[in-house]
Design a protein around this ligand. Structure first.
Ligand SMILES: Nc1nc2c(ncn2[C@@H]2O[C@@H]3COP(=O)(O)O[C@H]4[C@@H](O)[C@H](n5cnc6c(=O)[nH]c(N)nc65)O[C@@H]4COP(=O)(O)O[C@H]3[C@H]2O)c(=O)[nH]1
Length: 900
C-alpha cells in the first residue's frame, strides 16, 4: 500500500529517483560526449597521420567510391598530373578530375575517351596494371585495385627513367653480342667517365672474365693513377667541348703487365636535345705497327745523327736504346775494338749495370773470352744460351753472376771490307736463344753500328790528316796555332817560357833531288822521329812542309841555357847519319828560336821571329842554332820586299848579265864565257843571284827571267861575233824549274833563231841535282838539246849523288868541279881526292873537266898537274860586263892574257 506520507514518501522517493536518474543520464551523456570527442580526436589524428603518410610516399595514390567520387588522393598524385593540390577535393567526381588533368596538359587522351577508358578498367574484376604515356613524354605506371564496396584505389608511379633504362638494357643485350665480336677495344662511358658498355676484348685484357664486371668502373680501376688521370682529363675535356678525339696514340699497360700502343677514337654521345650524356670509344692495338714505325724513324734518326757527325757514343747509345725499346728483357751493349785490334773498349750499354760494363772495359779478345771477346776473336756470332754453364764464360762467371744476366748473344760489327770494328751483344736475364725478331734486330744493329763506327774512324782519319802531316804523322801547321796558343796561355798564367823553334834541314833538297823522293821521305821520317824523341810528350813537333819543322817547347823554365841544351840535342840527333840502303845520308839543321814572352807576345810574332832567327842561322853558314834578336827581323822583311820587287824587275829592265871567261888550261885561251845574271836594283844597287835566284825559283819567276837570260846571252854572243871577236861558247845556267818546263826546247830554238846564233856557241849548264831528280826525263831533254847542236855541261859536279853508270848515258860535254872542292884544294886532302877523281872520271868518260872558283896559282898548279882541261875563276877574271869581255878578248887577240 501507498500512504500520503507513504505517497509523499513515495513521491519524494520518485523525485529523488528521477533526479538521480537525470543525474545519471546527464552523467552518461557527458561521458559519452567525452568518449566521442576522444574517439573523434583519435580518428582525426589517425587521419592526419594517414594523410601525411600518404602524402610522403613516392607514388601517387587515389581512392574513389562507388559513385566515382574522390575520397582521398595524395600530393604526389597531383604532382604527377600537373594539378595544383588545392584543386583536388574529396567528393569531386572522376570526370572533374579528368578535366583537371586535360587542362593541365598532361593527359594524352581527350576527357571523354579517358573517362570511358577509366570506367572500363573500373568495371573489371581484380587489379589491373597498365602504363600511360603522358603528353610530356613521361611514362606512368598505374595499378588499379577495385574495392569491395564498389569503389577503387589506384597507385600512379612515374617510371620514365626505369623505362628508358629498360630500353637501354634490352638494346644492350643485343648489342653486347655484337660488340664482343670486335677484336678492338670498344666501350661507352657516362659523363663521369665510368664504363657503361664494354666489349669482351677490353674486359679480357683488363683481367675481367665478363664485360659486365667492368660496368661502373673507371680508368682508375684499370690503370696507374697518373695514366688514369690523363685519360679522365682528356675525356672530360672532350665531354665539355663536345669535339671527338680521332686516332690518338695512347700507351697503356694491360693486366698482364704488357705495354701496348693503342690508337684511340672517342666520340661524345648526344641525346635528342643535343646534350652530351657520355662518350663512345674504340681503340685499336697498334703496338706492332708502332714498333715498326719507331724502328724506322729511329733508324732514320740514327742515320741522320751519323750523317751530321753526332758523337759516336751518342749514336751507339741511341741505337742500343732503340733495340731495347723493341724488345723486352733485353739489355744491349756495343764494345769497340781498340786500334791495337786486341782489346774491346766500352762503346754503349745504357741499360747494363755500370759496374759490369766498367769491369769488362778493355777486355782482351781471345778464343775463350765470354761471348763478346770470343765473337771479336772468331769474327763470327757467338750465341751463349746459358752463361752459367757455357765454357766460354768459365773465366767470367763470377764477374757476371751478381748482375743476373743468363744469356748473351754477341755478333761482330764489321766494316764494309770485313774488318772487325767491335761487337754488339744482347744480354737477357733468362736462359734462351734469340727469337727470329731478335736475330733480325741483331743484324740491323750490327749494320748500323758498323756504318757509325766506320764513319767515325773516317772522320778521325780526316781530322788527323787535316791536322797532321801524312808523311811523318807529326801535327801540321793547322794544329800548330792551337798548341802554341795553349802553351802561351799556360806560360802567361804560371810565369813560364814557351820556346818556338824553327828548324830547316840543310841540303835536304839535294837528297831529294839526287836520290829521289822516296829517299827524301825516309830521311824526313827518320829526322822527325828523332826530334820527337828529343822533346817531352807535352812539347809539340810540327812539320810545316818540305824540310821545315817547328818545335814548341811547352812550360819552359825561363832559362835560355836550358832551351839551348834541348836544341843542341835536336841538332845532334838530326846530324846523325841516316842509312838508306847503301847510302849514308847526313843532313844538318839550321835552327832559330824565339822565346815567349821576351821575343813575342803572340803565336804569330813568335813564329815570325823564330823564322827570322832560322834565316840568320842559314846566313851564318847553316848547321847552327840562333836565338832571336830584334835586328834579325830586318832580313826577313828585306826578303819579303825583295820578292815583291823581283816581280817587277824584268818589266823594268833591271837585270843585266856579266860574263866570266873560261880558259883552256893548256893553251891559256878564253874559249867560253859563263853568263851570270845581276839585278841592278834602283835603290839597293847590284844584287847577287845568290840572293834572288832562290826567290825566283820559289815564285816561278825564274822561268821568264831564265828566258830573258837565254835571249840576252845569245844576243850578246852574236854581237861579239858580229864585232869580229873570235867565236866562242856562251854558257847559260838553267834552273831546275826552267828545265822542267815542257817548252824548254822551243825556248832555246827561239832564242837561237831570234839571235841568229849557231847552236854550237851555246852551252847550257845543268846542275847534277837537277838531272838526278828525274834522270829519264833529263836524258831525253838533254838528247833533244844535243840534237839541236847545243852543248851541255854538268855544274857543281861532286856535290850530288850522280851514279856513275847513269853519267855514262848523259849526252854532256863537260863536268864542272864545284867551287867548294876548289876552295881548299891545296890544303884539304879530301877536296884533292874529289877533284882528281872528277878529273880522271872525265878522262875515262871522254868528257872535258872544268874547275870553277879558281883563285890562286897553287890551285892552277894542282889542276894542271892533275890534267884538268879548263878553269874559271877570279884568278883569270871576275865576271865582267859584255864590254869587259870584248876588251879582254881584244887584248887576247893582241897576245896579252892574264894566264900568261
Ligand atoms: N868566290 C869566288 N866565286 C867565284 C869565282 N869564280 C866565279 N865565282 C862565282 O861563282 C859563281 C859561279 O856560278 P854558278 O856556280 O853557276 O852559281 C851561280 C848560279 O847558280 C846562279 N846564277 C847566276 N846567274 C844565273 C842565271 O842566269 N840563271 C840561273 N838559273 N842561275 C844563275 O847564281 C850562282 C851565283 O852566281 P854568281 O854570284 O855570279 O857567282 C858565280 C861567280 O861569280 C872565284 O874565283 N871565287
Amino acid at each position: 500500500m501507498v500512504t500520503k506520507s507513504s505517497k509523499r514518501s513515495a513521491e519524494a522517493a520518485d523525485q529523488a529517483g528521477i533526479t538521480a536518474l537525470s543525474k545519471l543520464a546527464v552523467a552518461a551523456y557527458e561521458d559519452l560526449e567525452r568518449e566521442l570527442k576522444a574517439t573523434i580526436a583519435t580518428l582525426e589524428a589517425q587521419a592526419r597521420r594517414f594523410e601525411t603518410a600518404i602524402d610522403n610516399i613516392s607514388q601517387g595514390i587515389c581512392f574513389f567510391d562507388v559513385a566515382e567520387r574522390l575520397i582521398l588522393c595524395n600530393r604526389r598524385y597531383a604532382e604527377i598530373y600537373g594539378i595544383s593540390p588545392g584543386k583536388l577535393q574529396a567528393g569531386m567526381t572522376l570526370a572533374d578530375i579528368i578535366e583537371h588533368r586535360v587542362a593541365a596538359g598532361t593527359s594524352a587522351m581527350e576527357s571523354e575517351a579517358y573517362l570511358a577508358f577509366a570506367r572500363s578498367i573500373n568495371s573489371s574484376n581484380g587489379s589491373t596494371n597498365w602504363t600511360a604515356e603522358l603528353n610530356d613524354g613521361r611514362t606512368i605506371q598505374i595499378i588499379h585495385q577495385p574495392m569491395p564496396d564498389g569503389g577503387w584505389i589506384a597507385t600512379h608511379e612515374d617510371i620514365t627513367e626505369l623505362a628508358a633504362s629498360r630500353v637501354m638494357v634490352s638494346e644492350r643485350v643485343s648489342l653486347q653480342a655484337l660488340i664482343d665480336w670486335v677484336p678492338d677495344y670498344l666501350w661507352v662511358k657516362d659523363t663521369e667517365s665510368r664504363f657503361v658498355v664494354v666489349n669482351k676484348a677490353l674486359a679480357t685484357d683488363h683481367g675481367r672474365h665478363d664485360p659486365s664486371e667492368m660496368i661502373g668502373l673507371s680508368d682508375f680501376d684499370l690503370h696507374a693513377p697518373e695514366l688514369a688521370r690523363q685519360f679522365r682529363a682528356s675525356e672530360q675535356a672532350l665531354l665539355r667541348g663536345g669535339q671527338p678525339m680521332i686516332d690518338k696514340e695512347e700507351f697503356i699497360v694491360d693486366a698482364s703487365g704488357a705495354g701496348k700502343w693503342m690508337s684511340s677514337t672517342k666520340v661524345p654521345l648526344r641525346n635528342a636535345e643535343n646534350g652530351v650524356f657520355g662518350l663512345v670509344g674504340i681503340a685499336h692495338d697498334i703496338t706492332q705497327r708502332k714498333l715498326a714505325d719507331d724502328l724506322r724513324s729511329g733508324q732514320a734518326h740514327i742515320l741522320e745523327m751519323i750523317a751530321t757527325s753526332a758523337p759516336l757514343e751518342e749514336v751507339l747509345e741511341r741505337l742500343v736504346r732503340l733495340i731495347e725499346s723493341q724488345l723486352s728483357d733485353i739489355f744491349g751493349s756495343v764494345l769497340l775494338l781498340d786500334a791495337d785490334g786486341a782489346h774491346l773498349r766500352h762503346g754503349a750499354a745504357p741499360s747494363l749495370a755500370k759496374d759490369y760494363t766498367d769491369a769488362i772495359d778493355g777486355i782482351r779478345i781471345g778464343p775463350k773470352v765470354g761471348s763478346c771477346g770470343t765473337a771479336a776473336y772468331r769474327r763470327e756470332p757467338v750465341i751463349v744460351i746459358d752463361i752459367v754453364s757455357d765454357p766460354l764464360w768459365e773465366d767470367f762467371r763470377d764477374l757476371v753472376r751478381p748482375y743476373g744476366y743468363r744469356s748473351c748473344w754477341s755478333t761482330p760489327i764489321l766494316s764494309h771490307t770485313g774488318v772487325v770494328l767491335g761487337v754488339f751483344a744482347m744480354y737477357s736475364k733468362t736462359v734462351r736463344e734469340p727469337t727470329k725478331a731478335e736475330s733480325n734486330l741483331i743484324d740491323f744493329t750490327t749494320r748500323i753500328a758498323g756504318i757509325a763506327i766506320e764513319r767515325k774512324l773516317a772522320e778521325d782519319r780526316i781530322h788527323f790528316m787535316a791536322n797532321h802531316d801524312t808523311l811523318t804523322g807529326l801535327p801540321n801547321r793547322a794544329l800548330l796555332g792551337d798548341r802554341l796558343s795553349q802553351a802561351i796561355l799556360y806560360a802567361q798564367r804560371y810565369g813560364r817560357w814557351v820556346s818556338v823553334v824553327f828548324i830547316d834541314l840543310d841540303n835536304f833538297k839535294l837528297v831529294n833531288d839526287t836520290l829521289g823522293h822516296n829517299a827524301g821521305d825516309l830521311l824526313l821520317k827518320a829526322v822527325a822521329s828523332r826530334m820527337v824523341e828529343c822533346v817531352r810528350a807535352t812539347d809539340t813537333v810540327v812539320r810545316l812542309g818540305g824540310d821545315e819543322f817547328v818545335v814548341v817547347l811547352f812550360d819552359q823554365e825561363p832559362n835560355a841555357e836550358l832551351v839551348a841544351e834541348t836544341l843542341q840535342k835536336i841538332r845532334a840527333a838530326v846530324a846523325e847519319p841516316v842509312h838508306l840502303g847503301k847510302h849514308h845520308l847526313r843532313t844538318t839543321a839550321s835552327i832559330g828560336v824565339a822565346n815567349y814572352p821576351d821575343d813575342g807576345a803572340t803565336a804569330d810574332a813568335l813564329l815570325a821571329n823564330a823564322d827570322a832567327a832560322m834565316y840568320r842561322a842559314k846566313e851564318l853558314g847553316r848547321d847552327n842554332v840562333q836565338f832571336y834578336a830584334p835586328e834579325f827581323n830586318s832580313s826577313g822583311h828585306e826578303r819579303f820586299l825583295l820578292q815583291e820587287e823581283l816581280r817587277n824587275a824584268l818589266a823594268r829592265g833591271e837585270f843585266t848579265l856579266l860574263y866570266q871567261p873560261q880558259v883552256d888550261l893548256r893553251s891559256g885561251h878564253v874559249f867560253a864565257v859563263e853568263a851570270l845574271i845581276r839585278w841592278k836594283h834602283p835603290s839597293l844597287g847590284l844584287i847577287s843571284p845568290i840572293k834572288f835566284i832562290p826567290l825566283a825559283e820559289e815564285t816561278g819567276l825564274i822561268v821568264p827571267i831564265g828566258d830573258w837570260v837565254l835571249h840576252e846571252a845569245c844576243r850578246q854572243n852574236k854581237a861579239w861575233q858580229d864585232d869580229g871577236l873570235p867565236p866562242m861558247v856562251v854558257c847559260v845556267n838553267v834552273s831546275a824549274r826552267q828545265f822542267k818546263e815542257s817548252n824548254l826546247i822551243n825556248r832555246v830554238v827561239n832564242a837561237l833563231k831570234d839571235c841568229d846564233l849557231e847552236a854550237k856557241y851555246l852551252e847550257l849548264e845543268l846542275t847534277e841535282s837537277l838531272i838526278m831528280q828525274n834522270v829519264d826525263m833529263a836524258v831525253s831533254t838533254m838528247n833533244a838539246l844535243q840534237s839541236l847542236g847545243v852543248q851541255i855541261s854538268i855544274d857543281d859536279f861532286g856535290t850530288g849523288y850522280s851514279s856513275l853508270s847513269a853519267l855514262k848515258t848523259f849526252p854532256v860535254a863537260r863536268l864542272k868541279i864545284d867551287k867548294s872542292f876548289i876552295n881548299d884544294l891545296v890544303t884539304d886532302e879530301n877536296d884533292q881526292a874529289v877533284a882528281s877523281a872528277v878529273i880522271s872520271l872525265g878522262q875515262k868518260l871522254n868528257l872535258r873537266v872544268i874547275a870553277e872558283g879558281v883563285e890562286t896559282n897553287d890551285q892552277v898548279a894542282f889542276l894542271r898537274k892533275n890534267n884538268c882541261d879548263e878553269m874559271q875563276g877570279y884568278h883569270f877574271s871576275k865576271p865582267v860586263s859584255a864590254q869587259g869581255i870584248a876588251k879582254l878578248l881584244n887584248k887576247e887577240q893582241g897576245g896579252h892574257t892574264s894566264m900568261e
